[in-house]
Design a binder for this molecule. Structure first.
Ligand code: SP5
Ligand code: ZN
Length: 365
Protein backbone atom coordinates (compact mmCIF):
# COMPACT_ATOMS: atom_id res chain seq x y z
CA UNK A 1 0.00 0.00 0.00
CA UNK A 2 1.26 3.46 -0.85
CA UNK A 3 2.30 5.62 2.07
CA UNK A 4 -0.28 8.24 1.08
CA UNK A 5 -3.15 5.78 1.41
CA UNK A 6 -4.88 5.43 4.70
CA UNK A 7 -4.18 2.27 6.66
CA UNK A 8 -7.24 2.93 8.77
CA UNK A 9 -10.51 1.26 7.83
CA UNK A 10 -12.99 4.03 6.93
CA UNK A 11 -15.55 4.64 9.62
CA UNK A 12 -17.94 6.30 7.17
CA UNK A 13 -18.26 5.11 3.56
CA UNK A 14 -21.24 7.10 2.24
CA UNK A 15 -20.51 10.11 0.00
CA UNK A 16 -20.03 13.43 1.75
CA UNK A 17 -21.28 16.28 -0.42
CA UNK A 18 -19.45 19.46 0.46
CA UNK A 19 -18.68 22.89 -1.01
CA UNK A 20 -16.08 25.31 0.34
CA UNK A 21 -18.41 28.15 -0.77
CA UNK A 22 -20.47 27.39 2.31
CA UNK A 23 -17.77 29.06 4.40
CA UNK A 24 -18.47 32.43 2.72
CA UNK A 25 -21.39 33.17 5.05
CA UNK A 26 -20.09 35.19 8.01
CA UNK A 27 -23.12 36.18 10.07
CA UNK A 28 -20.87 38.23 12.40
CA UNK A 29 -23.13 37.62 15.37
CA UNK A 30 -26.86 37.72 15.93
CA UNK A 31 -29.22 40.31 17.33
CA UNK A 32 -30.96 38.85 20.35
CA UNK A 33 -33.39 40.93 22.45
CA UNK A 34 -32.06 43.92 20.52
CA UNK A 35 -28.42 43.30 21.38
CA UNK A 36 -25.71 42.13 18.98
CA UNK A 37 -24.12 39.05 20.56
CA UNK A 38 -21.55 36.61 19.16
CA UNK A 39 -23.24 34.13 16.85
CA UNK A 40 -23.15 30.36 17.19
CA UNK A 41 -23.71 29.45 13.54
CA UNK A 42 -20.09 30.17 12.58
CA UNK A 43 -18.10 28.91 9.57
CA UNK A 44 -15.84 26.92 11.92
CA UNK A 45 -18.78 24.55 12.49
CA UNK A 46 -18.79 23.42 8.90
CA UNK A 47 -15.02 23.12 8.77
CA UNK A 48 -15.04 20.96 11.92
CA UNK A 49 -17.60 18.59 10.42
CA UNK A 50 -15.72 18.51 7.10
CA UNK A 51 -12.48 17.61 8.86
CA UNK A 52 -14.10 14.90 11.02
CA UNK A 53 -15.64 13.26 7.94
CA UNK A 54 -12.34 13.46 6.07
CA UNK A 55 -10.64 11.77 9.02
CA UNK A 56 -13.39 9.12 9.07
CA UNK A 57 -12.70 8.35 5.40
CA UNK A 58 -15.98 9.53 3.86
CA UNK A 59 -15.41 10.23 0.14
CA UNK A 60 -16.04 13.86 -0.76
CA UNK A 61 -18.29 14.96 -3.62
CA UNK A 62 -18.61 18.45 -5.08
CA UNK A 63 -22.25 19.51 -5.53
CA UNK A 64 -23.81 20.51 -8.82
CA UNK A 65 -25.14 24.07 -8.55
CA UNK A 66 -28.86 24.11 -7.90
CA UNK A 67 -30.83 26.50 -10.08
CA UNK A 68 -33.87 28.70 -9.42
CA UNK A 69 -36.21 26.07 -10.85
CA UNK A 70 -35.25 23.52 -8.17
CA UNK A 71 -35.26 26.16 -5.43
CA UNK A 72 -38.76 27.22 -6.47
CA UNK A 73 -40.08 23.72 -5.75
CA UNK A 74 -39.91 24.64 -2.05
CA UNK A 75 -39.55 28.45 -1.94
CA UNK A 76 -41.52 31.45 -3.15
CA UNK A 77 -39.59 33.28 -5.88
CA UNK A 78 -40.00 36.48 -3.82
CA UNK A 79 -37.96 34.97 -0.94
CA UNK A 80 -35.23 33.75 -3.29
CA UNK A 81 -35.11 37.13 -5.03
CA UNK A 82 -35.00 38.95 -1.72
CA UNK A 83 -32.12 36.85 -0.37
CA UNK A 84 -30.24 37.28 -3.63
CA UNK A 85 -30.48 41.08 -3.62
CA UNK A 86 -30.62 41.91 0.11
CA UNK A 87 -26.92 42.52 0.72
CA UNK A 88 -26.34 44.59 -2.43
CA UNK A 89 -29.43 46.73 -1.73
CA UNK A 90 -28.33 47.24 1.89
CA UNK A 91 -24.90 48.46 0.80
CA UNK A 92 -26.32 50.69 -1.93
CA UNK A 93 -28.75 52.25 0.53
CA UNK A 94 -25.83 53.32 2.70
CA UNK A 95 -26.76 51.50 5.92
CA UNK A 96 -23.14 50.39 6.41
CA UNK A 97 -22.30 54.05 7.01
CA UNK A 98 -25.54 55.47 8.43
CA UNK A 99 -26.58 54.12 10.94
CA UNK A 100 -23.46 51.93 10.73
CA UNK A 101 -25.03 48.47 10.51
CA UNK A 102 -22.74 45.95 8.77
CA UNK A 103 -25.36 43.25 8.36
CA UNK A 104 -28.94 43.19 7.07
CA UNK A 105 -31.26 43.17 10.12
CA UNK A 106 -35.05 43.58 10.11
CA UNK A 107 -36.74 46.29 12.18
CA UNK A 108 -40.43 45.81 11.32
CA UNK A 109 -42.28 42.52 10.85
CA UNK A 110 -45.07 41.59 8.44
CA UNK A 111 -47.39 39.95 10.96
CA UNK A 112 -50.91 39.01 9.85
CA UNK A 113 -53.04 42.16 10.06
CA UNK A 114 -49.99 44.40 9.75
CA UNK A 115 -49.24 43.50 6.15
CA UNK A 116 -51.35 42.33 3.27
CA UNK A 117 -50.11 38.89 2.23
CA UNK A 118 -47.21 39.25 -0.19
CA UNK A 119 -46.58 42.97 0.39
CA UNK A 120 -42.90 43.92 -0.04
CA UNK A 121 -41.93 47.34 1.36
CA UNK A 122 -40.30 49.99 -0.83
CA UNK A 123 -37.73 50.87 1.86
CA UNK A 124 -34.74 48.54 1.96
CA UNK A 125 -34.60 49.03 5.75
CA UNK A 126 -38.10 47.54 6.02
CA UNK A 127 -37.84 44.85 3.37
CA UNK A 128 -36.20 42.19 5.56
CA UNK A 129 -39.32 42.27 7.74
CA UNK A 130 -41.41 40.88 4.88
CA UNK A 131 -39.46 37.62 5.09
CA UNK A 132 -37.53 37.31 8.39
CA UNK A 133 -39.22 35.95 11.51
CA UNK A 134 -36.37 36.86 13.86
CA UNK A 135 -33.50 39.33 14.26
CA UNK A 136 -30.86 36.63 14.67
CA UNK A 137 -30.42 35.58 11.07
CA UNK A 138 -28.20 38.26 9.61
CA UNK A 139 -27.31 38.68 5.96
CA UNK A 140 -23.79 39.63 4.87
CA UNK A 141 -21.77 39.66 1.65
CA UNK A 142 -21.39 35.86 1.30
CA UNK A 143 -24.69 34.74 2.75
CA UNK A 144 -26.65 34.06 -0.43
CA UNK A 145 -23.75 32.32 -2.16
CA UNK A 146 -23.22 30.06 0.88
CA UNK A 147 -26.94 29.34 1.24
CA UNK A 148 -27.18 28.32 -2.43
CA UNK A 149 -24.07 26.15 -2.00
CA UNK A 150 -25.67 24.43 1.00
CA UNK A 151 -28.88 23.90 -0.98
CA UNK A 152 -26.78 22.50 -3.81
CA UNK A 153 -25.15 20.00 -1.46
CA UNK A 154 -28.56 18.78 -0.30
CA UNK A 155 -29.87 18.55 -3.84
CA UNK A 156 -26.81 16.65 -5.07
CA UNK A 157 -26.99 14.20 -2.13
CA UNK A 158 -30.65 13.63 -2.99
CA UNK A 159 -29.76 12.93 -6.64
CA UNK A 160 -27.16 10.35 -5.53
CA UNK A 161 -29.85 8.49 -3.57
CA UNK A 162 -32.41 8.74 -6.39
CA UNK A 163 -29.72 7.28 -8.66
CA UNK A 164 -29.34 4.28 -6.37
CA UNK A 165 -26.92 5.16 -3.56
CA UNK A 166 -27.96 3.59 -0.26
CA UNK A 167 -27.18 6.84 1.56
CA UNK A 168 -25.49 10.21 1.15
CA UNK A 169 -24.57 12.98 3.58
CA UNK A 170 -24.85 16.68 2.70
CA UNK A 171 -22.63 18.87 4.90
CA UNK A 172 -25.03 21.79 4.66
CA UNK A 173 -24.17 25.13 6.21
CA UNK A 174 -25.92 27.49 6.76
CA UNK A 175 -28.60 25.07 8.02
CA UNK A 176 -32.12 25.09 6.63
CA UNK A 177 -34.97 23.58 8.62
CA UNK A 178 -36.29 26.88 10.04
CA UNK A 179 -36.68 28.40 6.55
CA UNK A 180 -40.20 28.13 5.14
CA UNK A 181 -41.73 28.66 1.73
CA UNK A 182 -41.61 32.44 2.10
CA UNK A 183 -39.75 33.09 5.36
CA UNK A 184 -36.28 32.74 6.87
CA UNK A 185 -34.90 32.70 10.41
CA UNK A 186 -33.22 30.56 13.05
CA UNK A 187 -29.85 30.85 11.23
CA UNK A 188 -31.53 29.34 8.13
CA UNK A 189 -32.10 30.97 4.71
CA UNK A 190 -32.98 28.18 2.25
CA UNK A 191 -34.46 24.87 3.38
CA UNK A 192 -31.87 22.27 2.39
CA UNK A 193 -33.76 19.27 3.80
CA UNK A 194 -37.01 20.29 2.09
CA UNK A 195 -35.20 20.62 -1.21
CA UNK A 196 -33.72 17.13 -0.74
CA UNK A 197 -37.12 15.73 0.27
CA UNK A 198 -38.85 17.20 -2.76
CA UNK A 199 -36.07 15.86 -5.00
CA UNK A 200 -36.39 12.32 -3.66
CA UNK A 201 -40.15 12.24 -4.31
CA UNK A 202 -38.95 11.60 -7.90
CA UNK A 203 -40.86 8.74 -9.49
CA UNK A 204 -43.75 9.19 -7.06
CA UNK A 205 -41.87 8.04 -3.95
CA UNK A 206 -43.33 8.67 -0.50
CA UNK A 207 -40.75 10.52 1.55
CA UNK A 208 -40.35 10.88 5.30
CA UNK A 209 -38.29 13.70 6.80
CA UNK A 210 -36.98 12.62 10.19
CA UNK A 211 -35.79 15.73 12.04
CA UNK A 212 -33.59 15.02 15.06
CA UNK A 213 -32.15 18.52 15.45
CA UNK A 214 -32.77 19.77 19.00
CA UNK A 215 -35.16 22.40 17.62
CA UNK A 216 -38.40 21.92 15.76
CA UNK A 217 -38.03 22.41 12.00
CA UNK A 218 -40.86 24.88 11.63
CA UNK A 219 -39.85 25.72 8.06
CA UNK A 220 -39.88 22.12 6.85
CA UNK A 221 -43.20 21.55 8.62
CA UNK A 222 -44.74 24.59 6.92
CA UNK A 223 -43.47 23.65 3.45
CA UNK A 224 -45.00 20.15 3.58
CA UNK A 225 -47.98 20.79 5.87
CA UNK A 226 -50.56 20.24 3.13
CA UNK A 227 -48.71 17.51 1.24
CA UNK A 228 -49.76 13.87 1.52
CA UNK A 229 -46.61 12.45 -0.10
CA UNK A 230 -44.15 13.87 2.46
CA UNK A 231 -44.31 12.95 6.14
CA UNK A 232 -42.54 15.39 8.46
CA UNK A 233 -41.65 13.82 11.82
CA UNK A 234 -39.60 15.66 14.45
CA UNK A 235 -38.13 15.07 17.91
CA UNK A 236 -37.19 18.33 19.64
CA UNK A 237 -37.19 20.30 22.84
CA UNK A 238 -40.72 21.41 23.74
CA UNK A 239 -41.49 24.92 22.48
CA UNK A 240 -44.14 25.02 25.20
CA UNK A 241 -41.32 24.91 27.75
CA UNK A 242 -39.93 28.14 26.29
CA UNK A 243 -37.65 26.98 23.50
CA UNK A 244 -36.99 28.17 19.96
CA UNK A 245 -38.80 28.33 17.50
CA UNK A 246 -41.43 29.15 20.17
CA UNK A 247 -44.48 29.28 17.86
CA UNK A 248 -44.44 25.79 16.35
CA UNK A 249 -43.48 22.22 17.18
CA UNK A 250 -46.46 21.28 19.32
CA UNK A 251 -47.90 17.76 19.35
CA UNK A 252 -51.31 18.93 18.07
CA UNK A 253 -49.85 20.09 14.73
CA UNK A 254 -50.82 17.14 12.52
CA UNK A 255 -51.04 18.63 9.00
CA UNK A 256 -53.93 20.16 7.09
CA UNK A 257 -56.06 19.36 4.04
CA UNK A 258 -54.56 16.47 2.08
CA UNK A 259 -51.65 16.51 4.55
CA UNK A 260 -53.68 15.61 7.65
CA UNK A 261 -51.81 12.80 9.40
CA UNK A 262 -48.49 13.54 7.66
CA UNK A 263 -46.99 15.73 10.40
CA UNK A 264 -45.74 14.30 13.68
CA UNK A 265 -44.19 16.34 16.49
CA UNK A 266 -42.69 14.67 19.56
CA UNK A 267 -41.67 17.46 21.97
CA UNK A 268 -39.39 16.55 24.88
CA UNK A 269 -38.89 18.21 28.25
CA UNK A 270 -35.68 20.19 28.76
CA UNK A 271 -33.04 17.88 30.25
CA UNK A 272 -34.17 14.81 28.33
CA UNK A 273 -31.22 12.44 27.87
CA UNK A 274 -30.48 9.35 25.74
CA UNK A 275 -33.24 7.15 27.13
CA UNK A 276 -36.15 9.55 26.51
CA UNK A 277 -34.66 10.98 23.33
CA UNK A 278 -34.08 7.55 21.78
CA UNK A 279 -37.58 6.42 22.79
CA UNK A 280 -38.92 9.43 20.88
CA UNK A 281 -36.67 8.72 17.86
CA UNK A 282 -37.90 5.09 17.93
CA UNK A 283 -41.52 6.34 18.01
CA UNK A 284 -40.89 8.49 14.95
CA UNK A 285 -39.08 5.67 13.12
CA UNK A 286 -42.00 3.31 13.85
CA UNK A 287 -44.43 5.90 12.48
CA UNK A 288 -42.34 6.26 9.33
CA UNK A 289 -42.33 2.48 8.82
CA UNK A 290 -46.08 2.31 9.44
CA UNK A 291 -46.68 5.09 6.89
CA UNK A 292 -44.83 3.06 4.23
CA UNK A 293 -42.23 5.63 3.29
CA UNK A 294 -40.03 4.80 0.30
CA UNK A 295 -37.15 7.17 1.02
CA UNK A 296 -35.85 9.07 4.03
CA UNK A 297 -34.35 12.51 4.57
CA UNK A 298 -32.76 13.02 7.99
CA UNK A 299 -32.44 16.56 9.31
CA UNK A 300 -29.34 15.74 11.30
CA UNK A 301 -28.75 18.41 13.89
CA UNK A 302 -26.37 17.44 16.67
CA UNK A 303 -27.38 20.27 19.00
CA UNK A 304 -29.33 17.86 21.25
CA UNK A 305 -25.93 16.88 22.66
CA UNK A 306 -25.17 17.62 26.29
CA UNK A 307 -23.77 21.12 26.87
CA UNK A 308 -24.65 22.41 23.44
CA UNK A 309 -25.06 26.18 23.93
CA UNK A 310 -28.38 26.27 22.03
CA UNK A 311 -30.34 23.45 23.66
CA UNK A 312 -31.06 21.87 27.05
CA UNK A 313 -31.13 18.25 25.86
CA UNK A 314 -28.47 15.81 27.04
CA UNK A 315 -27.78 13.29 24.27
CA UNK A 316 -24.41 11.47 24.08
CA UNK A 317 -22.30 10.19 21.19
CA UNK A 318 -23.65 6.71 21.87
CA UNK A 319 -27.13 8.22 21.61
CA UNK A 320 -26.37 9.60 18.14
CA UNK A 321 -24.94 6.24 17.04
CA UNK A 322 -28.12 4.51 18.28
CA UNK A 323 -30.31 7.07 16.47
CA UNK A 324 -28.35 6.43 13.26
CA UNK A 325 -28.94 2.69 13.71
CA UNK A 326 -32.68 3.25 14.25
CA UNK A 327 -32.89 5.17 10.97
CA UNK A 328 -30.76 2.50 9.28
CA UNK A 329 -33.17 -0.20 10.42
CA UNK A 330 -35.81 1.26 8.06
CA UNK A 331 -33.75 -0.11 5.15
CA UNK A 332 -34.52 2.77 2.80
CA UNK A 333 -32.45 5.12 0.67
CA UNK A 334 -31.49 7.91 3.03
CA UNK A 335 -30.25 11.48 2.58
CA UNK A 336 -28.63 13.02 5.64
CA UNK A 337 -28.75 16.82 5.72
CA UNK A 338 -26.76 18.76 8.31
CA UNK A 339 -28.75 21.14 10.51
CA UNK A 340 -27.55 22.58 13.86
CA UNK A 341 -24.91 21.59 16.41
CA UNK A 342 -22.82 24.28 18.05
CA UNK A 343 -20.18 22.65 20.27
CA UNK A 344 -17.13 23.07 18.08
CA UNK A 345 -15.13 20.56 20.13
CA UNK A 346 -17.54 17.66 19.61
CA UNK A 347 -19.90 18.28 16.70
CA UNK A 348 -17.72 16.62 14.03
CA UNK A 349 -17.42 13.43 16.03
CA UNK A 350 -21.17 13.42 16.79
CA UNK A 351 -21.97 13.54 13.07
CA UNK A 352 -19.52 10.68 12.45
CA UNK A 353 -21.12 8.64 15.23
CA UNK A 354 -24.61 9.07 13.74
CA UNK A 355 -23.51 8.07 10.22
CA UNK A 356 -21.40 5.20 11.55
CA UNK A 357 -24.37 3.89 13.55
CA UNK A 358 -26.49 3.99 10.38
CA UNK A 359 -23.91 2.15 8.28
CA UNK A 360 -23.21 -0.47 10.92
CA UNK A 361 -26.92 -1.29 11.05
CA UNK A 362 -26.92 -1.57 7.26
CA UNK A 363 -23.85 -3.82 7.24
CA UNK A 364 -21.77 -1.18 5.42
CA UNK A 365 -22.78 -1.72 1.77
C1 SP5 B 1 -30.50 25.30 12.89
C2 SP5 B 1 -30.65 25.60 14.34
O1 SP5 B 1 -30.28 24.80 15.18
N1 SP5 B 1 -31.17 26.79 14.64
C3 SP5 B 1 -31.44 27.06 15.99
C4 SP5 B 1 -31.22 28.44 16.34
C5 SP5 B 1 -31.70 28.65 17.72
N2 SP5 B 1 -31.38 29.93 18.17
C6 SP5 B 1 -32.08 30.26 19.33
C7 SP5 B 1 -31.50 31.44 19.92
C8 SP5 B 1 -32.17 31.76 21.21
C9 SP5 B 1 -31.42 32.83 21.91
N3 SP5 B 1 -30.09 32.43 22.23
C10 SP5 B 1 -29.42 33.46 22.92
C11 SP5 B 1 -28.34 32.93 23.78
C12 SP5 B 1 -27.89 34.00 24.71
N4 SP5 B 1 -26.97 33.50 25.67
ZN1 ZN C 1 -31.18 23.30 16.19
Amino acid sequence: MLASQSLVTPRVTMPHVWSEAQLLHEPAGEVWVGVRIPGTEVPERAAAIRDALDAAGAPRHEPLAVGPQALETVHDPDLIGYLESAWRDWVESGYLVEPGQDRVVPYVFALPGVAAPGRIPAAVSARAGAFAFDTMTLIGPGTFQAAVAAASCAHTAARLVVDGADAAYAGCRPPGHHAGRRFFGGSCYLNNAALAADAVTAGGARVAVIDIDAHHGNGTQEIFYERSDVLYASVHVDPGAGWFPHFAGFADEVGTGAGVGTNLNVPLAPGAADQEWLAAVAEVVAAVAEWNADRIVVSLGVDAAGEDPESPLDVTGDGYAAAGALVGSLGMGTVFVQEGGYRLDTLGELVVRALEGFERERGRP
